[in-house]
Write a protein that binds this ligand. Structure first.
Ligand code: DAH
Length: 333
């Protein structure tokens, strides 16, 4: 035979194996099996051979052709598969959702202090009472033994509400003490309540004053309540809220709604005293205004500011920082 069909097959298979695309394989296939290929030329020369050789050579050429065709088919299929895989990979959509950590807010520091105070008093057996921020002057003053002529009224720098009528009868409560009256009028003794809330005074904002601030009021009415119960309650509150190492003392003072009245101070572990609030035995006139017989019942009351506690706890020196509501400042706490 005039051609080496084995080497044609070997080189065809080598080229097909090296091909990197289906088009390239098709081109190789044309060059080995097409009209101008060596194999076709060789087939033309078969006629010149004698019948015995011709049959043998023809069979060989057919075999080479079949094997090249098989190599072309399998490599083409292989390349098409990987091209398809590449296409899939390149067209794939990334459906992964990127979720940033959600922004979690926190309670304002005044709210934190307010809630901790409520928790402390609830733990001591008190319940929480509420009253309106817009009050009558009777609840805010008269019923608390502060008649219209009383000098204490001036001391409160009251903000009155003008709703077209007699404006001196309605005001923004200057303290949480009117909740004492509302509690006595709406519930039967014994009464053990605390009343945290917002209060208002005609004040210019500075480092230690705000026209709107927060107080918590306490009221206990029961049989045989004495000044000793008041002192014991303030002391129990002090260690429960501030912790071990803190203690309290009462100093004589005057409030129209209590008799006797006292100021209470907290001693910190470093020995320093902090004035916290006022307290005393509920004045008989106040009990009577609340519909309670002073011959049968007695009680004590106390009240203090919440904002100062929040300042102290976090070492903040300017009260205004609490209400500017700059989130960058607030989220530190
Ligand atoms: N209401 C008073 C104030 O705003 C605080 C106070 C003093 C409340 C004595 C009381 C009390 O209940 O007994 O300054």
């Amino acid at each position: 035979m005039s051609i080496d069909s084995q080497s044609i097959l070997d080189s065809a298979v080598a080229e097909i194996t090296d091909a990197t695309s289906a088009e390239q394989v098709a081109e190789i296939s044309r060059s080995y099996l097409g009209k101008k290929s060596e194999l076709v030329e060789a087939r033309k020369g078969l006629g010149a051979l004698d019948p015995q050789e011709r049959a043998e050579a023809g069979k060989q050429l057919n075999e080479v052709k079949t094997q090249i065709e098989a190599a072309v088919a399998s490599r083409t299929a292989e390349l098409k598969d990987s091209e398809f895989a590449l296409q899939l990979e390149s067209e794939r959509m990334d459906l992964t959702e990127v979720i940033d950590r959600p922004i979690v807010g926190s309670a304002h520091i005044v709210t934190q202090a307010w809630q901790e105070l409520e928790d402390t008093f609830i733990g001591m057996g008190f319940t929480v009472a509420e009253g309106p921020e817009v009050e009558t002057d009777w609840h805010n003053f008269d019923a608390l033994n502060i008649p219209p002529s009383h000098p204490a009224r001036d001391g409160f720098d009251t903000i009155y509400v003008d709703h077209g009528g007699d404006e001196s009868t309605t005001l923004l409560r200057t303290h949480t003490s009117p909740v004492q009256i509302r509690s006595m009028l709406t519930s039967e003794p014994p009464i053990y309540i605390v009343a945290p809330g917002r209060v208002f005074r005609r004040d210019t904002a500075d480092a230690t004053h705000m026209p709107v601030f927060h107080q918590i009021e306490g009221l206990v009415i029961d049989k045989g309540i004495s000044m000793a119960d008041l002192a014991g309650t303030i002391e129990a509150f002090t260690t429960s809220y501030f912790g071990e190492g803190f203690s309290s003392r009462l100093r004589p003072n005057h409030f129209p709604f209590t008799e006797p009245s006292a100021e209470f101070d907290i001693q910190m572990p470093d020995g320093k005293w902090l004035e916290l609030g006022g307290c005393g035995m509920v004045h008989p006139n106040v009990l009577r205004a609340g519909g309670i017989d002073p011959e049968e019942w007695s009680g004590f009351a106390f009240g203090f500011g919440i904002d100062r506690l929040a300042l102290m706890k976090f070492g903040i020196t300017d009260l205004r920082e609490l209400f500017t509501n700059d989130v960058r400042f607030l989220k530190q706490f």
